[in-house]
Ligand binder design. Structure first.
Ligand code: AMP
Ligand code: MG
Length: 428
């Protein structure tokens, strides 16, 4: 490892860039959202129950509601009870149990007045009576029963007036189920950010059209939009701007409308046409950075201003892998902040490196790797081929980015390496 802290002094570290960016974001407003759209959103208010769950004592089994006192000694002498009624889930029992009487009851049905236990069918002679044509207005019970056996008590899951879901939780399927069981069709949550995406470049063409000579398809808008979705935001692909100052400014103004973040790709590297830089200079505060990372060194960040509207702007590099790596580093936490989530670091694992990683200019290298487990259950990381920042297929074969730190010249095969895993659910 060599160390030279004076190298690249004009560059920002990934952390410095991230801190500067995140300062400009804050939590968005609360909205009432229909239950099924609340997954992985942050609950904005405590939810208190206005009901008991279950609302009434009810049966945990299909069986017979009885007075436990009637079944004191069934081993010696099967107790025979009169069936006076039957009740199923959703009904209200109309009759009261007194000694010697029973009501046939189904799971979930409210317990009749007077009853204090439920005997399951299996503990009775119901089947036998039917088969043998005996009196089915009566039932014999073969076992004893404890008070409240097979009865689910009113409020045993949720008590009326109790706080059930706490403000700030990240909503998961069971929370959605609980909210539904309380009768909520909507929940107050912090809304999802709308992220508007502009691709810049004369060479770009939309997928779905016939490719003209010299052109390439616009892939950045789609990979970035997918990351936005993955992180919980709402992507809005607004189209392509040619490398033309006037056109770009107009699209930026359009993009700002109703957006919480505007993302552009390309046009931020040195020696570029510089239109993004020029457009942004005219439209607000903008910084153009070199970040000490590979890929994704050039990055623009600022605030677009038009009339009274102000919207943060992230200018990603154009190369497809650079655009994604920069958005993972900087877009992901910005979305987390806007959605009121805790900033969570990208999940990391340590793996044994299968191929060396070289770092020849003291930037932090993010190498596309596939992490897998060997036969001894040890994690390995294997680079997925050509690491050029334009080669998106090696990104598509990877499940994480192995990190070679800034001032480390190389990590050799067989050494341990830290890998930042992609968030998409991947079993390795
Ligand atoms: P630039 O930042 O404009 O110099 O672009 C760097 C490289 O990324 C060039 O090879 C561009 O053609 C490519 N590129 C820029 N934008 C896109 C895009 N939206 N989709 C795919 N490739 C792009
Ligand atoms: Mg370009």
């Amino acid at each position: 490892m060599s160390s030279n802290n004076h190298y690249h002094e004009d560059m920002l570290s990934v952390e410095e860039a991230r801190d500067a960016i995140l300062k400009e974001f804050s939590v968005l407003e609360t909205e009432n959202i229909s239950l099924l759209n609340c997954m992985e959103m942050v609950l904005a208010e405590d939810i208190t129950s206005t009901i008991n769950i279950p609302p009434l004592n009810n049966s945990a089994m299909d069986g017979y509601a009885v007075l436990a006192e009637d079944l004191k000694n069934p081993e010696l002498n099967h107790v025979e009870l009169d069936i006076i009624d039957s009740v199923s889930a959703g009904e209200i029992p109309q009759k009261t149990i007194t000694t010697g009487k029973t009501i046939r009851i189904m799971t979930g049905a409210p317990i009749p007045d007077g009853a204090n236990a439920v005997v399951p069918f299996e503990e009775t002679d119901e089947l036998e009576r039917r088969e043998k044509g005996k009196d089915t207005n009566k039932i014999s019970i073969k076992s004893k029963i404890l008070h409240f056996q097979n009865i689910r008590k009113k409020g045993e899951d949720i008590l009326k007036d109790s706080k059930v879901l706490r403000k700030g939780i990240l909503i998961k399927p069971a929370h959605i189920g609980v909210a539904a069981s309380l009768g909520h069709a909507h929940l107050p949550v912090i809304r999802r950010p709308i992220v508007t995406i502009i691709s810049t470049g004369n060479e770009l063409q939309q997928p779905g059209t016939k490719l003209s000579e010299g052109k390439i398809y616009n892939s950045n808008a789609y990979s970035i939009a997918s990351l936005v979705q993955l992180y919980g935001g709402i992507p809005k692909i607004i189209g392509i701007s040619r490398d033309d100052l006037y056109e770009l400014k107009n699209i930026l103004i359009l993009a700002m409308e109703g957006s919480d973040l505007v993302v552009t790709s390309a046009g931020v590297s040195k020696g570029d046409y510089d239109v993004v830089k020029d457009a942004l200079k005219d439209m607000g505060k903008m910084s153009l950075w070199s970040v000490r990372m590979r890929p994704a060194k050039p990055l623009a960040f600022g605030t677009l201003e038009f009339k009274s509207n102000k919207v943060p702007h992230l200018g990603l590099p154009g190369n497809p892998v650079s655009a994604m790596v920069a958005f993972i580093q900087f877009g992901r936490p910005a979305i987390q902040i806007m959605m009121g989530k805790e900033l969570s670091p990208i999940p990391r694992i340590k793996a044994i490196l299968d191929n060396e990683i070289e770092n020849f200019d003291k930037r932090r290298v993010y190498s596309r790797v596939l992490v897998y487990k060997d036969e001894n259950n040890l994690y390995h990381a294997k680079t997925t081929g050509n690491q050029s920042s334009g080669v998106l297929t090696s990104m598509s074969m990877a499940n994480g980015l192995a990190i070679c730190p800034e001032y480390t010249d190389r990590i050799d095969k067989g050494e341990f390496v830290n890998v930042e895993m992609f968030d998409w659910p991947e079993v390795i």
